[in-house]
Design a protein around this ligand. Structure first.
Ligand code: TRP
Length: 341
């Protein structure tokens, strides 16, 4: 058995199919962490509602898309637990940790401030409490480490504060979870903004090779370069960032860079090659994905297995946390189990 300190929890909101930025930045890293850690991978559907509660019809399909992408990328349900957040009542129940956080602290969370500026809606209470729910996700499984991107660091910091506060007040129960930052920098989208599901600038794992080629051919490159004979910029050029990430032939990439800087190769030649590289490296994954999507019943069964087995640990942690906080009466009355069914 791996140690509890080695337990990892991380997750995604099911906002749509995963793209090559998710693959390079997170999924391959998660897949390899399975060798050394006990892993819980959370499909955070409750979190979707903090902003997107107007489209309940999308969530179900998106859960299956995300699950198929995860599995195709190497998340292994034999070794790890894939958990559907809304199906384990403990996530919502452990929100009672919000009692230990001040409202002004939550207003200062940078992701909240950004979202409030971007949203055209009034921010909901749910959005304000987003990081409390995320802390509950992590602490419910007493996870010691959370692999995330840099944007999530303020949330992990809050989870650490909550764990610390709980432990001080009620005795040690929660490890202070540590963020595990992936070393892979974020991939830009095909328009050179951050790759994002809602920007229309992503290459998806589920795209066909034709769609991929078309997207690559329309990619932003060096905007100052007009003719193939103009010397081009390699740094910060998404063509070369993609080649660095996906082309196993490093010598070829180096040669392309040299010719590009010397004005000895056109964008088109590189794009054609990049499309080939991407399609070749994604092909096995796409095959697995297509096969998985043909059997949605199997996908649901995988989700059910992972969720069930996670729910057992979640119940234990929740009961202990409630007991420590003075909420053991319901347990003695033996009503809470029945309420959960
Ligand atoms: N907030 C995370 C994101 O948007 C998703 C998430 C929800 C998560 N719960 C989590 C990540 C718990 C790590 C741990 O990417």
């Amino acid at each position: 058995m791996k140690q509890a300190a080695q337990r990892i929890l991380t997750g995604h909101r099911p906002t749509g199919p995963r793209h090559i930025g998710h693959l390079a930045g997170t999924l391959l890293n998660w897949a390899s962490l399975q060798d050394s850690h006990e892993c819980y991978f959370l499909i955070a559907d409750l979190h979707v509602l903090t902003t997107d509660y107007l489209h309940p019809g999308r969530i179900r399909a998106n859960i299956l898309e995300v699950l198929a992408d995860w599995l195709a990328a190497g998340i292994d349900p034999q070794r790890s637990r894939i958990v559907l957040q809304s199906a384990v009542p403990g996530h919502t129940q452990l929100n009672l940790l919000g009692m230990l956080v001040s409202e002004s602290r939550l207003r200062r969370v940078p992701t909240y401030k950004e979202q409030v500026q971007q949203l055209h809606l009034q921010p909901s209470l749910g959005l304000l409490c987003y990081p409390v729910l995320q802390a509950a996700d992590i602490l419910l499984y007493q996870a010691g480490a959370v692999p995330v991107g840099e944007d999530q660091l303020p949330h992990i910091e809050l989870a650490r504060e909550i764990a610390r506060r709980f432990n001080q007040l009620y005795g040690p129960l929660f490890p202070e979870p540590q963020a595990l930052l992936s070393s892979t920098p974020r991939l830009p989208g095909i328009d050179n903004r951050a790759m994002h599901t809602s920007y229309g600038n992503a290459i998806y794992l589920r795209d066909t090779s034709d769609e991929t080629a078309r997207k690559v051919m329309s990619m932003y490159t060096d905007p100052t370069r007009i003719h193939a004979s103009d010397p081009g910029r390699v740094e910060g050029n998404p063509l070369f960032i993609y080649l660095d990430t996906f082309n196993p032939d490093r010598d070829e990439t180096a040669e392309f860079k040299q010719r590009y800087q010397a004005g000895k190769v056109g964008d088109v030649e590189i794009k054609v090659r990049l499309a080939g590289v991407l399609n070749r490296s994604l092909a096995p994954l796409r095959e697995r994905r297509a096969e998985l999507m043909r059997h949605p019943g199997d996908l649901e069964a995988i989700l059910m297995d992972g969720t069930r087995s996670a729910a057992a640990l979640a119940r234990e942690t929740l009961a202990e946390a409630m007991e420590r906080m003075g909420l053991s009466m319901g347990r003695n009355l033996r009503v809470s189990e029945r309420l959960e069914e």
